[in-house]
Every structure is written in C-alpha cells, then in structure tokens.
Write a protein that binds this ligand. Structure first.
Ligand SMILES: [Zn+2]
Length: 303
C-alpha cells in the first residue's frame, strides 16, 4: 500500500521523467514555429535552405533559374516543365493558359495547414467590376499567418494592391499567395514546412481592414481555394486533388463579361437601349437601384 507521501513522491518523479522526455524531443525538433492546431507534420528530406550559385548571375528582366533538378529531386517527380522558371518578382512568369488543358493533374494535399483559422469575409469570384482571385479571412493585425504546405519561398514583396505579400512554391506543384500582411518574416529561397509562420496579418496595400487574402495557384493560374479546402472546418476536401480544365472554367465566364463605361448624358434607360439589356438586369448585375447616381467613368457590367 502507498501512503500519501510516497504517492506524491511517485507523482513528482513521473512528472520529472515526462518533462525530461519532452525536453529531449524538443531538442530534436529544428522547426521553431509550429502551431498547436497541426496534429501531424510530414517529414521532408534535408533541403538546401537557400538558393546559391548561378541564380543571381543571370541577367534577365527578372531573376529566373532552372531549378527543376532541385525540385524534382525532392519528393514529386512530375513537376511541370514550366516550373523550370523561377522568378522572385513575377507572380505569374509562366504565361500558360490552362482553360483548355486536356489532362488531369494529381496534387497531393496531405500535410495541409490552414494559413489562418479565421472565418471567410469575401469569397473567390466576381466582385463588381473585377474578379477576386483569392479568399479573404478575417485575421487581426499581428495574427500569425502560416504556410499552407511544405515549400520554398519564391516572392516576398510590397505591391500596390497586395501590400506586403508572400508567394510560396510548394513541392506538390501548387503555389500559394498571402497578401496584406503587416510583416513578412521569411526571405525568398527559404524552405518552409506547412505550419511555419511566414508573416503577420495586417491591412497593407489595397485593403479596407485587417484581413488575409489567400490564393491558390497552379502554373500561375488561380484556382478557387474552395475547390481544395473547406474553409469552415479548415481541412482539405481530399488528400489528392484532381486538377483539370473544370477548375479554370471561371475564366471563360470572365471572358463573357462586358462593361459599359458611363459617359456624360448616360441614363440607365439609354444604357439599356444601347446594350440591349433591361434596366432591372443592369441593376441586379451591378448591385444598384434604378435611382442610383451614375458616376462618369465608372464601369457598368451588362453581361
Ligand atoms: Zn482578397
């Protein structure tokens, strides 16, 4: 039988043992920032942390270098040829249209970590006169923004629209973009694991409040993030994502959209007559009322 003193001594010894074990496992872990919400991080082979050598000797309009050998040697043997191009300034240096792609690309989404677990404030799709190529999540200023999959940082930059943004090339073939950050904590060439912090939430660039603008792209072409990820439960919809022309069908819809630029003397009636579209349709397409003031130079969508 154990008396009280012996029992508490035993508990104390067990606690010391657990702490020692945990300390030992912490020492083995080289990754500094891992959010507690990620239960499992896949092990990657040892990678070169930064690019070196010839990459900065090339004198192109923007820095590019063939890195296919580097990326192909890592984990996935079927990276597209276009990814031989590596730019640390252009979001889409590939200039490939995937609207009529005939094959299906398998993309491994396992190991996904949500960039943020906040709720969606604006979805992928058409907004007034421009398309929204990402999804907005309501992060606060200073909130950690996490890398969604394992990969290499390609761009860290400040732009007029995106503000401070980071673009990551992932080993699964996807690229992701994180915009309006208040701070960037990575550099181009850094290798990140899913769940590593790449920046802090903010409202830089064209933004009306703190939020994270998150994009998923393949060969430079935006994919609706909802095709891959469930943003309510913050988990992937499937371990393998089958990418095909369907995922770019939205581009054909965009091409069909036409705008009328409002000129002096224009009324809704006159625009309806000129475009052959009813006033009520013009109103619903543009989210305006019959009595709304038409500002000169503003675009009205009529298809
Ligand atoms: Zn956005």
């Amino acid at each position: 039988m154990l008396n009280g003193t012996k029992l508490s001594l035993l508990v104390l010894i067990s606690l010391v043992a657990i702490n020692t074990l945990m300390g030992a496992s912490k020492k083995r872990d080289v990754v500094t920032y891992i959010p507690k919400t990620v239960p499992f991080l896949p092990e990657l082979p040892q990678l070169v942390p930064r690019y070196s050598g010839d990459i900065f000797k090339l004198n192109f309009k923007y820095k590019i270098t063939p890195i296919s050998d580097f990326l192909r040697s890592i984990e996935f043997s079927d990276m597209p040829e276009e990814y031989d191009i590596w730019s640390d300034t252009k979001i889409n240096p590939y200039q490939v249209s995937l609207v009529d792609m005939t094959d299906t690309v398998k993309i491994d989404l396992s190991g996904y970590c949500p960039p943020s677990q906040k709720h969606v404030t604006s979805d992928f799709g058409f907004r007034r006169w421009r398309h929204h190529y990402g999804i907005d999540l309501k992060v606060n200023k200073g909130d950690s923004v996490f890398c969604a999959f394992d990969g290499v940082i390609r761009i860290t930059k400040r732009a007029r629209d995106y503000g401070y943004y980071v673009l990551v090339r992932h080993f699964n073939g996807l690229e992701t973009l994180y915009a309006h950050l208040s701070k960037i904590v990575v550099n181009p060439g850094d290798t990140l694991k899913a769940g590593n912090i790449l920046g802090l939430g903010g409202s830089t660039g064209r933004s009306t409040g703190n939020h994270l603008h998150f994009e998923t792209r393949y060969l430079g072409n935006p994919i609706n993030p909802n095709d891959l990820i469930d943003f309510h439960s913050h988990i992937i919809k499937n371990n393998i994502f089958l990418l095909n022309a369907q995922n770019f069908a939205y581009k054909k819809e965009i091409d069909k959209i036409r705008f009328w630029v409002i000129r002096s003397g224009d009324t809704l009636g006159r625009i309806a007559l000129r475009t052959g579209v009813s006033i009520s349709k013009l109103c619903s397409l543009n989210g305006i009322k019959r009595t709304s003031i038409l500002r000169l130079g503003r675009k009205l969508r009529y298809t």
